[in-house]
Ligand binder design. Structure first.
Ligand SMILES: Cc1cc2nc3c(=O)[nH]c(=O)nc-3n(C[C@H](O)[C@H](O)[C@H](O)COP(=O)(O)OP(=O)(O)OC[C@H]3O[C@@H](n4cnc5c(N)ncnc54)[C@H](O)[C@@H]3O)c2cc1C
Ligand code: SF4
Ligand code: SF4
Length: 394
């Protein structure tokens, strides 16, 4: 973890560091510099002290091999088959940057009925156009587009990705960068290349426009930046330019974007909504193991098992079995409430029930106010007796 401290013996109170902190975090008190709570550990002040009185310890950063990342990508935003102007603007800028890195510019277009856009993108400077043309990409969705882009970036490994700072681009770019755990600089106004380090120098206004900050992303790839429309001028289009066009196979939307988490129907047992008899357990059942006692009674009666919310919240029973305001509304002929207090939110799930039987060890439990039959006692003792009795009658 990064840290900063002032070495008091070395500090002469010259105040040079005070002005160097963009966050106003340094003050000189009694001729000694003091770092205040506004410090963001940005490290800007370290160079300012000639007396080496600022002890700044940076985070150790694991060195990664980034050499397999090559090329510049432009997310070429389109709407209903028409390119957004920022796509051409960014493609032209990318061409300029690519010359410094000696790499290609690839424009990536996602959508439906968009194959014709490749010509325009090549004319505006793209060397290659990757097109994913499928009906389910017709309308922009930041999650779906983001996941497609993430898969493509993982496969093709571009070193730079430029995205227009349109409303779509502003939601797409952070989805990609946060998932890929890489840097993103929003609303850049200047983009340049540090040839030696192969770094994208991303300049944007900072501190309310009071200074221009140049941001780099040295340890992760791709380097990502968004740029507002009209910041860069597109190059003069050259429709005689040749480029490569690659039609990508779209993943199946069901497999890629819909994940089956649980098969609720199969875990239900007898559906609560269809049951004539429900034996429902509350917190008074005591433990998950004791639910078996209620299950045995339900089986003996040919009924279903229900639960109050705390039982579900504890993970003792699935949510599909919860009765109440935020669970299911049930209308069995007989409802047997076992260790359930009868809170209003639970009772909200009981519709038009002929007979309510309540088992509770508290004679004042509210459930008894709505119950037709009240059994005061320990549910763990009463349930086996009831089951036994039903079995005998049968
Ligand atoms: C917005 C909202 C929505 C909600 N939706 C729901 C909902 O859909 N369904 C739902 O159930 N709740 C819901 N609740 C929660 C609700 O308010 C109650 O907290 C809940 O119903 C209480 O569940 P319980 O009766 O199992 O537990 P408790 O209220 O703790 O009652 C346990 C009962 O067991 C008795 N008992 C203890 N030991 C024994 C024993 N050995 N033998 C016999 N009896 C014993 C106690 O006397 C007590 O009456 C909701 C709450 C909120 C705020
Ligand atoms: S610049 Fe160095 S010596 Fe001067 S006040 Fe700051 S910490 Fe102290
Ligand atoms: S590390 Fe950054 S924020 Fe903290 S005192 Fe130095 S310049 Fe200010």
């Amino acid at each position: 973890m990064a840290s900063i401290s002032i070495i008091k013996e070395k500090c002469v109170g010259c105040k040079r560091c005070v002005g160097s902190c963009p966050f106003g975090a340094i003050a000189v008190i009694d001729k000694k510099a003091v770092i205040g709570p506004k410090c963001t550990l940005c490290g800007s002040c370290t160079e300012s002290c000639k007396f080496e009185a600022i002890n700044f310890v940076r985070d150790e950063i694991e060195k990664k091999d980034l050499s397999e990342y090559r090329g510049i990508w432009v997310f070429a935003e389109q709407r209903y088959g028409n390119l957004k102007s920022v796509a051409a603007e960014l493609t032209g800028k990318a061409k300029e940057l690519a010359a410094d890195l000696d790499v290609q510019v690839t424009a990536v277009v996602l959508g439906s009925d968009i194959k014709h856009l490749s010509k325009e993108l090549i004319a505006y400077g793209a060397d290659e156009v990757l097109i994913m043309d499928t009906a389910w990409l017709r309308d922009f969705n930041d999650y779906v587009y983001g996941e497609v882009m993430i898969d493509l970036i993982k496969e093709y490994k571009p070193e730079i990705v430029l995205i227009g700072a349109t409303s779509n681009g502003r939601s797409l770019a952070p989805h990609i960068s946060s998932t890929l755990r890489t840097g993103l600089t929003a609303d850049c106004t200047v983009l340049e290349i540090d040839k030696e380090e192969r770094l994208l120098l991303q300049t944007r206004p900072a501190f309310g426009g009071n200074l221009m900050a140049t941001i780099v992303c040295p340890n992760n790839r791709p380097q990502m930046a968004t740029v507002r429309p009209k910041v860069f001028k597109p190059i003069e289009p050259d429709y005689s330019r040749q480029g490569k066009v690659t039609l990508l196979t779209a993943p199946s939307p069901i497999e890629r974007f819909v994940k089956k988490i649980r098969d609720i129907d199969n875990e239900d047992g007898l559906n609560l909504a269809d049951a004539d008899i429900i034996v429902s357990v509350g917190r008074g059942i005591g433990s998950q193991k004791n639910i078996q006692l209620a299950q045995e009674l339900a089986d003996a009666l040919g009924g279903a098992l229900g639960a109050s919310r705390p039982v579900v919240d504890s993970g003792w029973m699935p949510y599909s079995q919860q009765v109440g305001q935020t669970g299911k509304t049930v209308a069995p002929k007989i409802y047997i409430a076992c260790g359930i207090s009868g809170a209003i939110q639970h009772l909200a799930g009981l519709a038009d029930i002929e007979t309510i039987v309540a088992i509770n060890n508290d004679p004042d439990a509210p459930i008894f106010k709505v119950a037709n039959y009240a059994v005061v006692g320990d549910v763990k003792e009463i349930l086996p007796l009831l089951t036994e009795r039903i079995k005998c009658i049968k």
